[in-house]
Design a protein around this ligand. Structure first.
Ligand SMILES: Nc1ncnc2c1ncn2[C@@H]1O[C@H](COP(=O)(O)OP(=O)(O)O)[C@@H](O)[C@H]1O
Ligand SMILES: [Mg+2]
Length: 437
């Protein structure tokens, strides 16, 4: 992350207003224009305007996401320059070699700031074990929007980055053309790349060569951006197939680096790799544990603690949703969770509706049918219930694949007692009723 104090000082020098600063900070955190719009509750156009003012004030040229990158590069070099000036005063040689050994070259400007971070001990332990001990070449974290994937990976990166020579974070919601991302990766590791290498296997081979020589940690966040819509196999989008080659090669070949993928949906390629190589892993991310989710509600100053558990259970510990709903409880229910719960009608925030609409629109026809049946049934449903209710034109194996895919999208929950049963979590169910009515 850019040092917040330094950023503030630079913003002041360039006359950046408070609302422009809000948009800029979120953009630096890796949020897309639409995500910023949702968080600030303004139209995407307003976000674009604010950011464009920022670029003007910093005199950054270029277009679209390139501007953000140019601005970041500019800030980084200024920061380094400033630090260099400060440190040259008393840099003893022993100090220099010590810092060199312990700090990797890093490009983490798109990583979220995780200075406020609760829980996740289990996940962090498991991931550290995979990365540090097992030297897993490829790990995919997937889960619903807002569940805390980017935060978790951000925290993990902070904890393990010293074991690496190079650490780079790219959010595919900022820019996702393969040639640009590959170019970024190669340039960061210090390779000169020719025009011809950008799109081709040659560029990937060059990268893999580096991954063999150096221990590199690459994070690709928001990978759902390059996954096809309405595809039960969640394949990589047409025009982005080179990512598939990259993922497959990193997963299968020998090297000493690690690629961490974070995505709303588990990409089909990961399914294939996981079943064919033991080294590739995926981890479904669920909400925060109750005790940790409570910290969010406490931090927001909410009252009515005896109802915290119910609220957290309803939102399945999703930290984004808990943050959103806390805002409503504060503004409309005088911070009292009991009053909010007594209303009986647990609200679905506008932002969450937009997110769920996006998720529903990405479903294939058969997946949509399955969701409708589960939504329409009071009790959890079994596979046989689904088979009986679904159109006969779909085969049993198609139905099995649809269920697997809905799990890979975290949209259905499996209740595994004596018999496997499927349900929707309350927030998804409630919106499905509205969406499909
Ligand atoms: N472990 C955590 N502790 C505290 N807050 C969290 C945690 N994880 C997520 N959050 C909050 O929830 C929001 C959404 O998390 P994020 O990691 O961006 O979700 P995702 O990447 O899964 O969409 C964050 O902006 C942050 O406010
Ligand atoms: Mg994220």
């Amino acid at each position: 992350m850019i040092d917040p104090e330094f950023l503030k000082a630079e913003a002041k020098k360039h006359d950046i207003s408070e609302i422009e600063m809000e948009a800029l900070t979120l953009a630096i955190d890796g949020d897309s224009t639409s995500e910023i719009a949702k968080k600030l509750e303004v139209k995407p156009d307003a976000v674009r305007q604010r950011l464009s003012k920022v670029y003007q004030k910093f005199q950054v040229k270029g277009s679209g996401p390139v501007k953000l990158r140019s601005l970041l590069q500019m800030l980084i070099s200024r920061y380094q320059e400033q630090n260099h000036q400060e440190s040259t005063v008393d840099d003893s040689p022993s100090n220099i070699s010590e810092t060199k050994n312990n700090s990797p070259s890093e490009d983490l400007w798109e990583k979220p700031d995780v200075s406020v971070f609760y829980g996740r001990d289990e996940e962090l332990k498991q991931l550290e074990e995979l990365v540090a001990k097992e030297k897993a070449p490829l790990i995919c974290l997937y889960g619903l929007p807002g569940i805390g994937k980017s935060y978790l990976v951000g925290k993990l990166v902070e904890q393990i980055k010293r074991d690496f020579d190079y650490v780079i974070w790219r959010s595919l919601s900022n820019r996702n053309q393969f040639s640009e991302v590959l170019e970024d990766l190669l340039r960061f590791i210090g390779s000169e790349i020719t025009q011809a290498q950008k799109q081709t296997d040659e560029g990937i081979s060059e990268l893999i060569e580096h991954l063999r020589k150096h221990r590199c940690l690459i994070v690709l966040d928001n990978t759902e951006e390059i996954i096809r819509e309405q595809d039960i196999y969640r394949r990589i989008k047409q025009g982005y197939e080179t990512y598939e080659i990259l993922i497959q090669r990193i997963g299968r070949e020998q090297h000493k680096s690690c690629l961490l993928i974070s995505s709303r949906e588990k990409p089909g390629d990961i399914d294939i790799l996981e079943s064919s190589t033991r080294a590739v892993h995926s981890l479904k991310i669920n909400g925060l544990e109750t005790k940790d989710a409570k910290k969010i509600l406490n931090e927001k100053g909410l009252a009515g603690e005896n109802n915290f558990n119910n609220l957290i259970e309803y939102y399945r510990g999703n930290p984004l949703l808990l943050n959103l709903v806390s805002g409503i409880i504060k503004d409309i229910f005088n911070k009292d969770v009991c009053k909010f719960m007594n209303e009986g009608t647990l609200t679905i925030q506008r932002n969450w509706k937009t997110i769920l609409t996006e998720l529903f629109q990405r479903l294939s026809k058969l997946e949509t049918e399955v969701i409708k049946i589960i939504e329409n049934t009071e009790k959890p449903v079994s596979f046989m219930d689904l088979r009986q209710n679904i159109d006969n034109k779909y085969t049993t194996s198609e139905l099995q694949e649809a269920i697997q895919s809905l799990q890979a999208r975290s949209l259905i929950e499996k209740k595994d007692k004596n018999e496997v049963l499927y349900t929707l979590q309350p927030m998804v169910k409630k919106y499905a009723m509205e969406y499909y009515s």
